[in-house]
Design a protein around this ligand. Structure first.
Ligand SMILES: C[S@@+](CC[C@H](N)C(=O)[O-])C[C@H]1O[C@@H](n2cnc3c(N)ncnc32)[C@H](O)[C@@H]1O
Ligand SMILES: Nc1nc2[nH]cc(C(=O)O)c2c(=O)[nH]1
Ligand code: SF4
Ligand SMILES: [Mg+2]
Length: 242
């Protein structure tokens, strides 16, 4: 059996972002990313700071750990990272979860395709706007969306763009125009991913949420759109493992 580099297994908690926000779920966080976003809130998955915490696990070991941690209290697992789409062998875990009647969500940035994308129940693709300092390869992203369309998977897919500034907003508008058939979520960017004052952070994020809503409300092109905060950050601040 092949191994998966795992950094965190936690929950049950609620999905704090995007298309299934509020849903009770467990999380599996894989190590490694092909990006290095300037504002990444999970930089420990790729910057080496948590490399001693990475555990190489088989799919069966991940399932056992999920059951140890979550007991009978879950029927949904979200795989995030890092970029879990770097892992070709993740199909073994996805299949094992499905055999156990567990729904699977996955978070990725749309820089790599994997054939197992078509088996994901809630696939979130989060292309990165200019503030991240990453450059989107639109040939790859077009190809991913086309493949999902060809496999009739658009109803299980969403796009999510994190917004920090006006350039990011214009980037999101371009995404909306380019992929009109895919539901688009705008998410408030957290500028202070290391801050420990939850009350202060919450108040700042709610102000930014209001500003983002105002910006969307004023726009005449972005009408079919959803605007969300990171719910888990409002509730628990920058705490890990929630
Ligand atoms: C940590 S990433 C892991 C999955 C994948 N690498 C990706 O970026 O989509 C999970 C989600 O958190 C978002 N995110 C990361 N840092 C953030 C921040 N500072 N504020 C708001 N959202 C953030 C990402 O855009 C992505 O949608
Ligand atoms: N509750 C909760 N919701 C989340 N949605 C996306 C997350 C992520 O880091 O990928 C995340 C996370 O870390 N916690
Ligand atoms: S792609 Fe995701 S995990 Fe990778 S650096 Fe960007 S936000 Fe972080
Ligand atoms: Mg997160």
């Amino acid at each position: 059996m092949s191994k998966i580099p795992v950094l965190e297994i936690f929950g049950p908690t609620i999905q704090g972002e995007g298309m299934v926000i509020g849903k009770k779920t467990m999380f599996v966080r894989t190590a490694g990313c092909d990006y290095s976003c300037s504002w990444c809130d999970s930089a420990f998955t790729w910057d080496g700071s948590a490399k001693e915490e990475i555990v190489q696990m088989t799919a069966e070991e991940v399932l056992n750990c999920l059951q140890e941690v979550g007991g009978e209290r879950f029927s949904h697992v979200t795989i995030s990272g890092g970029n879990p789409a770097l892992l070709k062998n993740l199909d073994e875990l996805i299949n094992k979860l499905k055999e156990n009647a567990i729904e699977v969500a996955l978070e990725t940035q749309g820089s790599r395709w994997q054939d197992w994308f078509v088996d994901i129940d809630d696939l979130t693709i989060s292309p990165k706007p200019p503030s991240s300092t990453m450059i989107t390869n639109f040939d790859i992203l077009d190809d991913i969306i086309l493949k999902l369309k060809d496999h009739h998977r658009i109803t299980s897919t969403s796009l999510k763009v994190v917004i920090f500034n006006e350039d990011d907003f214009q980037y999101a508008k371009n995404i909306a125009k380019r992929y009109p058939e895919v539901p688009l979520y705008l998410q408030v960017g957290n500028r202070d991913v290391h801050g420990e004052d939850r009350v202060n952070l919450t108040s700042t994020l709610l102000d930014q949420y209001e500003q983002l809503i105002d910006r969307v409300v004023r726009d005449e092109e972005l009408n079919d759109i959803r605007v969300l905060p990171q719910l888990h950050t409002l509730v628990w601040g920058n705490k890990r493992g929630v």
